[in-house]
Design a protein around this ligand. Structure first.
Ligand SMILES: Cc1cc2nc3c(=O)[nH]c(=O)nc-3n(C[C@H](O)[C@H](O)[C@H](O)COP(=O)(O)OP(=O)(O)OC[C@H]3O[C@@H](n4cnc5c(N)ncnc54)[C@H](O)[C@@H]3O)c2cc1C
Length: 428
């Protein structure tokens, strides 16, 4: 093995999950090599943040930088019914007045680049335009490195642990056939951008609006910097593709007419750029880790982003990954069993978000109904929606939601590592 190509940690992907893991591990003095297939800054969807992103950004030393860069501040979320009635903005600071209650709408090219630059500043070696094409395993199946393709040709690189942070490409899950779709949450999304569309005044200028369409579909309306609005529609495939329509622009234009608030807000704007479509909306990997390999961010799990949980879970899982890898490297053991707590913590948090996402899509459920029946649970609901989901505090809320609609069973995969699987096989 070439000593030059041996590292403590190799990370696949420099999105929020990969760069957070890289920044924190490099800060701890680890030798970190990141492969990113694209050239940064690069476009990425997923622009609306959740308040609890603040804590990871703060740990990275980047919370102050968010306003320096000038990302649109987001103080609230509001909901618009199909006939155009809009709820009062739901201000995060009315719940807990602390820095974490202001959040942002971000151009991902700039946001992701900011974290990647931080990782570089901390000493991580990030190689752009290097695509990981395969994992390298030893004779026992343990991951010991990766093979990359770049302008340099094909190369092999080795590490004590490989982190898969490749987003929805999910390199490890795809190669190991670990990817499992959520049983119900299989929506599709179509999105594009507008300039000059209507924006609410003052504090509400950066508010996310979730605007309903029939059949429990919804629009996101995300006001960003420079008079730009990100607009997307999410619903069941059959609903969006009804009447034989396939062209994303035609579908979007038709759906805008299904919501008076959207129609009014977009009527003064001009659509710019292309239309994007994504399917296969929610999934989770069978395992969170194997020997020598750990999964983070969307490479591990993707949850329907109706409550803007994606960046938050990417940042937080990146942070948890860095902490558990540091402990594993200190112990001189990066086998799967070292990551049991990581998988459990992450899945418990994802399950809490997943329950409320399921409720959102249920015909019987509405937040007004839930809080109307149980007003004292409003703060707990807010805790959930701002991302305070790594704390076990929601039993009463979920019991109350269950009175209105059936919440999903906890998925029985994802939280385990392959170590648990091997053990179970030996016991059988
Ligand atoms: C339609 C839609 C709307 C969304 N809206 C929101 C939202 O409003 N708010 C929110 O918080 N989240 C949203 N999300 C989710 C959010 O975009 C993701 O959760 C987030 O980007 C995950 O970060 P990540 O670092 O795990 O992955 P990514 O950000 O996807 O980063 C992965 C990186 O890995 C690189 N990569 C991939 N394969 C390889 C390879 N083989 N070799 C090397 N590099 C590789 C990619 O180029 C990429 O840079 C949305 C998602 C979708 C699909």
């Amino acid at each position: 093995m070439n000593q030059k190509n041996q590292h403590d940690v190799i990370i696949i992907g420099a999105g929020p999950a990969g760069s957070t893991t890289a920044a924190l591990l490099a800060e701890s003095g680890r030798d970190v090599l990141v492969f990113e297939k694209d050239k940064f800054p690069r476009y990425h969807v997923g622009e609306s943040m959740m308040p609890f992103c603040y804590f990871t950004l703060d740990r990275l030393g980047l919370a102050g930088k968010m306003d320096e860069i000038g990302f649109q501040q987001k103080y609230s979320v509001q909901f618009a019914t199909t006939d155009g009635e809009v709820s009062k903005p739901f201000y995060f600071f009315q719940h807990k007045d602390c820095p974490s209650t202001t959040t942002w709408q971000v151009e991902r090219a700039d946001f992701d680049n900011m974290i990647a630059e931080k990782a570089r500043e901390n000493g991580a070696d990030i190689r752009e335009q290097h695509k990981v094409r395969d994992l390298i395993r030893d004779e026992n199946g343990r991951v010991i490195g990766v093979e990359t393709d770049s302008a340099n040709g094909r190369e092999q690189h080795f590490a004590q642990i490989v982190v898969d942070a490749s987003g929805r490409d999910a390199v490890v899950s795809s190669k190991s056939k670990w990817r499992r779709r959520d049983p119900e949450l299989n929506k599709i999304a179509i999105w594009t951008y507008y300039e000059g569309a209507m924006r609410d005044p003052g504090l509400d200028a950066g508010s996310t609006t979730i605007a309903y369409i029939p059949a429990k579909g919804w629009f996101w309306y995300i006001p960003m910097r420079d008079d730009k609005i990100s607009v997307g529609v999410v619903a069941e495939r059959d609903y969006l593709y009804r009447d034989g329509l396939r062209d994303p622009k035609e579908i979007m234009d038709r759906e805008v007419l299904e919501n008076k608030w959207m129609e009014e807000h977009l009527s003064v704007g001009e659509q710019v750029g292309e239309y994007w479509v994504v399917g296969d909306y929610s999934y989770r990997a069978e395992y969170c880790a194997g020997d020598g390999v750990l999964l983070t961010g969307d490479a591990f799990a993707f949850l329907d982003p109706v409550f803007s949980s994606g960046i938050f879970l990417a940042l937080k899982s990146g942070e948890l990954a860095a902490d558990s890898i540091n402990a594993a490297l200190d112990a001189g053991d990066t086998s799967a069993g070292q990551f049991t707590e990581y998988g459990e913590q992450l899945c418990e948090a994802i399950e809490r978000m997943r329950k409320i996402v399921y409720a959102f899509y249920n015909e019987n459920f509405s937040f007004a109904k839930l809080v109307g029946k149980h007003p004292h649970l409003r703060p707990t609901l807010t805790d959930l929606l701002i991302g305070d989901v790594f704390v076990d505090q929601f039993d009463e809320l979920f019991a109350a939601a269950n009175e209105i609609c059936e919440l999903p069973d906890t998925l029985d995969y994802g939280f385990r590592t392959t170590a648990a699987e091997k053990e179970a096989a030996m016991m059988a």
